[in-house]
Write a protein that binds this ligand. Structure first.
Ligand code: SAM
Ligand code: SF4
Length: 462
């Protein structure tokens, strides 16, 4: 596979087993200075199994997360617009040869009503997701553009979606240019597995069977001017240590070629998917402890990159893993096109089963209980703090101040417009706690934002 040197990864993983405590301590000290780790250093951390050292890794990851991102956690919802697909990925319910699911591609009207439903719950950020095929034989890109337009146009009272990120199949440079012009935030694409043999087995036919075309789509998106890119590996298909070094090799390639790494890294684990036998019988199932280690090592290896955790994970896992470096989570998701409003018996097929079924309000409540500030902010993207200009802010940790301020403003809006009584009380207490920690000048600024919110003004940010 292009950009991925399997031999090098394997030999780094072998050598990593010999790291002594002095070496591990030196790596963790380097991490605490917010320095990017080398592949060899990340490999050494991935080789750790001793609980005492794992604990040290977790502590360092929490430190780095808090230093760069503060206490805020950004919330979003996926919007599945279609489950039509020409590929046959062995782990996915949307695979073309699966007769067990009902197929559906949403119309523009249906996309609008799904978005309105999400807006009425309080969502402001959407990740648009779909299989690789457009309805009625149309070109994929035309369908995606129509969908993005419908999502941005939807309105519930004065609420509108602030940022649409997109997870879709690879496109050509000109198509990516059109996608960027439609106003998307991040373009997200997961390589699934960085191990070529496994990749070829998992993707037996369809356009996705070419691993180089998939990995190159990141480069094409960059060349088209999309500089917020999300990458990811689907854990469970191959050895988790190899996949993590594969992800980090991909990051190195992006940094070398485009001067900037990915905006986000996602760490999905394969979940049971109806009609996809492999998802029930994984070749490399990763345990909860190993999974936590992966998140912590990623946090330490690429401190300035956001880490996304979806509702694939259970509430307990999501709550416990937040401290290890996750900066964005999805909430109240459905993986079925039209699933937010359809009654259960009429639902089109979902992509996989979810681990977290809590409502947005319950998730906001849990975040507050664990002292994380729920954030609905999309300021960076709208202030054009994307790509390298975002990284310049994120690297020394200065994004933290802006993010915390924006998180508090958007939390106040959420509490006033959508929260249940107990969440409102807990949220207001959180706001006053954080308000007291601000410098007097920042307090004045925030006080004035809050008075605007009380007057009904929405969507202000710094
Ligand atoms: N169809 C496009 C593609 O494959 O790139 C984009 C959307 S696909 C629906 C989004 C992601 O879902 C895939 O990249 C894959 O990592 C993930 N996925 C597929 N099957 C899954 C499963 N059984 N459990 C968890 N995640 C899964
Ligand atoms: Fe289709 Fe994507 Fe599912 Fe593969 S992962 S079957 S490409 S929707």
């Amino acid at each position: 596979m292009k950009y991925i040197n399997e031999e090098k990864i394997n030999s780094l993983l072998l050598e990593a087993k010999n790291a002594d405590s002095a070496k591990l301590n030196a790596i963790l000290d380097k991490s605490r200075c917010l320095k990017r780790l080398t592949l060899a250093e990340s490999a050494s951390l991935l080789a750790v199994d001793d609980p005492r050292y794992l604990h040290k890794i977790f502590e360092a990851a929490s430190f780095v997360k808090d230093t760069i991102y503060g206490r805020r956690v950004v919330l979003f919802a996926p919007l599945y617009i279609s489950n039509l697909c020409v590929n046959n990925c062995l782990y996915c319910a949307f695979k073309s040869d699966n007769p067990l699911i009902r197929r559906k591609a949403l119309t523009v009207t249906e996309i609008s009503s799904q978005t309105e439903w999400l807006l009425k719950r309080g969502h402001k950020r959407i990740l648009m997701v779909c299989g690789e095929a457009a309805p009625g034989g149309r070109s994929n890109i035309d369908y995606y553009l129509e969908a993005v337009k419908a999502i941005y146009a939807a309105q519930a009272g004065s609420n509108k979606i602030k940022r649409v990120n997109v997870n879709c199949a690879p496109l050509g440079v000109d198509e990516f240019k059109r996608l960027k012009a439609s106003g998307i935030g991040t373009y997200q694409i997961f390589q699934e597995t960085y191990h070529e043999g496994t990749y070829r087995r998992m993707h037996p036919n369809g356009p996705k069977s070419d691993p180089d075309n998939r990995i190159d789509s990141v480069d094409r998106a960059f060349s088209a001017g999309i500089d917020d890119i999300g990458i990811g590996a689907l854990y469970g298909l191959y050895d988790y240590r190899f996949e993590t070094l594969g992800l980090l090799s991909h990051v190195e390639h992006m940094e070398e070629s485009f001067g900037v790494g990915p905006h986000t890294i996602s760490v999905p684990r394969v979940e049971p998917a109806q009609g996809a036998d492999l998802s029930f019988n994984l070749p490399h199932k990763i345990s909860d402890e190993e999974f936590k280690k992966v998140v912590a090592v990623l946090r330490l290896s690429v401190p300035y990159t956001g880490i996304i955790m979806s509702t694939r994970e259970s509430p307990a896992m999501r709550d416990s893993i937040l401290s290890l470096g996750v900066s964005q989570i999805s909430a109240e998701s459905s993986t079925s096109p039209g699933g937010y409003t359809s009654p259960e018996k009429e639902k089109a097929g979902g992509q996989f089963s979810l681990g977290d079924h809590r409502s947005l309000d319950e998730i906001v409540c849990a975040l507050i209980r664990h002292d994380y500030i729920p954030s609905f902010c999309a300021a960076c993207y709208r202030m054009e703090r994307t790509g390298e200009s975002f990284m310049k802010l994120a690297r020394p940790g200065t994004i933290k101040g802006k993010c915390s301020m924006n998180a508090l403003i958007t939390l106040k809006e959420y509490l006033d417009d959508f929260a249940s009584g107990p969440v409102k009380t807990a949220g207001c207490a959180m706001i006053s706690r954080y308000f007291k920690q601000l410098e007097p000048l920042e307090q004045d600024k925030l006080r004035s934002f809050f008075s605007h919110v009380a007057d009904g003004v929405r969507d202000e940010y710094v």
